[in-house]
Design a protein around this ligand. Structure first.
Ligand code: ADP
Length: 516
């Protein structure tokens, strides 16, 4: 079935007027009425502002399709104002003593902790993420404020003797890159901001954030946290805009000579476009783009552990993370046992509105995402795959729901083995040898995360070195941590976030040759 046919079919499905919702789940604008972190203006130069032309765009609950709020639909005009504000604040922020910068970040961390439930609620309503996962994201996201508050105090340089002259020295200092533009996606609305902004602020860079149009409310809630933490005006700015204006806002950020760095997380095509725009001003750049993670289970693996790992790795955030298992390769000796155990688990998954704590999966972000999953399922089946669980849209739950799905005996050349699905589809392909699976795993142009399960020590060393991915989980399906460098190779991106290396993305090394 073609993309257009699936889309047309989707439109013709009748979605019930009101979903059957747990009574705790409120809908529409009522949902966030008592949430004091809800903001409906953007944050520029320490002020809450509307778009100059007063334009707004709606933010929807993807589970119900109800509007939650309207926020400013800004253009290049307000983006330029935000760049100007950040540029004016830049010198002062760069000179702020390390302990003071650290104290600001610690204050942000404390405020996030104190407001964690309200942040989680906003995230679940606008992204669809199950509430337990939103709470987890608040903790994970806040670990970057904590981490970079500590790293801010450890910014160091080097002093060296001159190699041949007695009265000369070399000094190397780390200075902030300057104003940094941060363009973030909807799937981790909080953590993608804190992971970038934590590092930037610690390094001494002022930021202009453009959050995804689907999830601007979390970004604005963090701006409220920045305001409560009394960050100086212009240090932390959030410019909101619709998808329609994203291109011109992005262009303004990328083409401005005053912006010295772009950090982008999102799709590969948009990342490539922004990369090329940044060439015009030779900006520093960090890109975290799409993945297509292999999840390999060797004969020597503990099958139960591998099934457990696959469930977390595949279905977390309803399959919508760039490090989600996308291609599950299982060796022939344990293939049947792995597939039947996985099928049991997939069938037991409960899905529905994210605010109902009994649901472990929520809706997909929008109709486009649902169509893509359906297309991947249909393509796999048309090439001979067996449907073991799910496989269909679930309109009785809401407009953007898709059943948790498992297909086995998937052909190597199926769409799901070539492209990232970004949805609750587990697709399993059988393999025979280690060489064969390494070559299949590395056959894609991207290389973000990869996983494998094995209890053979020699194989563990061989395979972790052979896989062309930036991050590898060995007998582990969930690998993100503030201590570890997050990032990919090949077309998955440039640079690393988090960890002791993340701050370097926002620093320049200056070499001073001292002669006395
Ligand atoms: P997705 O398909 O998951 O929405 P995108 O790469 O399209 O991923 O979006 C990630 C972020 O990039 C969002 O903040 C979005 O608004 C922004 N974006 C999308 N297109 C552009 C563009 N042409 N220029 C700048 N930003 C863009």
């Amino acid at each position: 079935m073609s993309y257009m046919m699936i889309r047309a079919g989707l439109r013709s499905l009748s979605v019930p007027a009101k979903l059957q919702l747990n009574r705790m789940v409120r809908t529409g604008v009522d949902a966030l009425r008592n949430n004091t972190l809800l903001a409906s203006q953007a944050y520029i130069n320490g002020k809450w502002v509307t778009a100059e032309n007063k334009a707004t765009f709606e933010v929807y609950d993807p589970a119900t399709g109800d509007s939650l709020a309207a926020v400013p639909d800004m253009t290049s005009t307000e983006t330029e104002e935000a760049i100007k504000a950040a540029s004016c604040a830049q010198n002062g922020w760069a000179k702020t003593p390390l302990k003071e910068r650290s104290a600001f970040l610690t204050k942000m961390k404390t405020l996030v902790d104190e407001n964690s439930e309200m942040l989680a609620e906003i995230m679940t309503y606008e992204s669809g993420k199950p509430i337990a996962e939103s709470r987890g994201e608040v903790k994970y996201g806040n670990s970057f404020f904590e981490w970079f508050a500590e790293e801010a105090k450890r910014i160091r340089g080097d002093a060296m003797l001159h190699p041949v002259k007695r009265d000369s020295r070399y000094m190397i200092v780390r200075q902030p890159v300057g104003v940094s533009a941060l363009i973030t996606p909807w799937n981790f609305p909080l953590a993608m901001i804190t992971r970038k902004a934590g590092a930037a602020l610690a390094a001494g860079c002022c930021v202009v954030i453009k959050p995804a149009e689907d999830t601007p409310l979390t970004a604005l809630a963090i701006a409220k946290i920045a305001e409560k933490a009394k960050l100086p005006a212009g240090v932390f700015n959030v410019v909101t805009c619709s998808r329609k204006n994203a291109e011109s806002v992005g262009e303004t950020l990328c083409l401005s000579s005053d912006v010295r760095k772009l950090s982008f997380t999102g799709s590969t095509p948009v990342g490539k476009h922004l990369y090329s725009l940044c060439g015009s001003t030779v900006k520093r750049i960090s890109l975290e783009l799409g993945g297509n993670a292999p999840f390999i289970v060797f004969d020597s693996a503990d099958v139960d552990k591998a099934v457990q790992g696959a469930m977390g790795c595949k279905f977390r955030n309803t399959g919508q993370t760039c490090v989600c298992a996308n291609r599950i390769f299982v060796q022939s000796g344990i293939y049947n046992s792995f597939c039947s155990k996985l099928a049991e688990k997939v069938k037991s998954l409960k899905y529905g509105h994210g605010m109902d704590p009994t649901n472990s999966l929520g809706p997909l972000i929008n109709e486009r995402a649902v169509v893509k999953v359906k297309e991947h399922v249909d393509d796999a089946i048309s090439r001979g795959a067996a449907l073991q669980a799910g496989g269909h849209l679930a309109p009785e739950f809401g407009p953007n729901f898709f059943q948790p799905t498992l297909v086995t005996d998937v052909a190597v050349d199926a769409l799901v083995n070539r492209e990232e699905t970004f949805g609750p589809l587990a697709a399993v392909t059988k393999f025979e040898t280690e060489d064969e699976v390494i070559s299949m795993a590395n056959s894609v142009k991207v290389g973000l995360a990869g996983y494998f399960y094995s209890n053979n020590a020699a194989q563990i060393f061989r395979v972790s070195e052979a896989l062309e991915f930036g991050m590898i989980g060995v007998n582990e399906g969930v690998i993100s941590s503030e201590l570890a460098p997050f990032g990919g190779v090949k077309e998955s991106g440039v640079g690393r976030e988090g960890s002791m290396y993340g701050i370097e993305e926002y620093q320049e090394l200056k070499y001073v040759n001292l002669n006395f």
